[in-house]
Write a protein that binds this ligand. Structure first.
Ligand code: SF4
Ligand code: SF4
Length: 79
């Protein structure tokens, strides 16, 4: 089950593929067949359900194009 998700700002992305390379969980694949508005090849989200919100992709993106969101715990355990 996903522990988080990411978004990519297509106006910032320069299509380097680093995010896909560093994601150890195979969430991203680069390249996709989609271009940014500036003509760079975007990564594809191929397994967002595997994202654990580790933030590595966000830290490594040289263009600060990635936002990582960590999901809140679904429910607190009953006492
Ligand atoms: S936050 Fe971590 S697991 Fe999620 S896409 Fe980025 S590198 Fe992969
Ligand atoms: S690391 Fe950043 S600039 Fe490079 S492909 Fe991923 S989102 Fe785009």
């Amino acid at each position: 089950m996903a522990k988080g998700e990411i978004t990519i700002n297509e106006l910032r992305c320069k299509g380097c593929g680093i995010c896909a390379h560093v994601c150890a969980r195979g969430v991203l694949r680069w390249p996709s067949d989609k271009l940014t508005p500036n003509g760079y090849l975007l990564p594809a989200f191929v397994a967002m359900d595997r994202c654990n919100a580790c933030q590595v992709c966000g830290w490594m993106c040289p263009d600060h194009a990635i936002e990582v969101y960590r999901f809140a715990e679904a429910a607190a355990s009953k006492r």
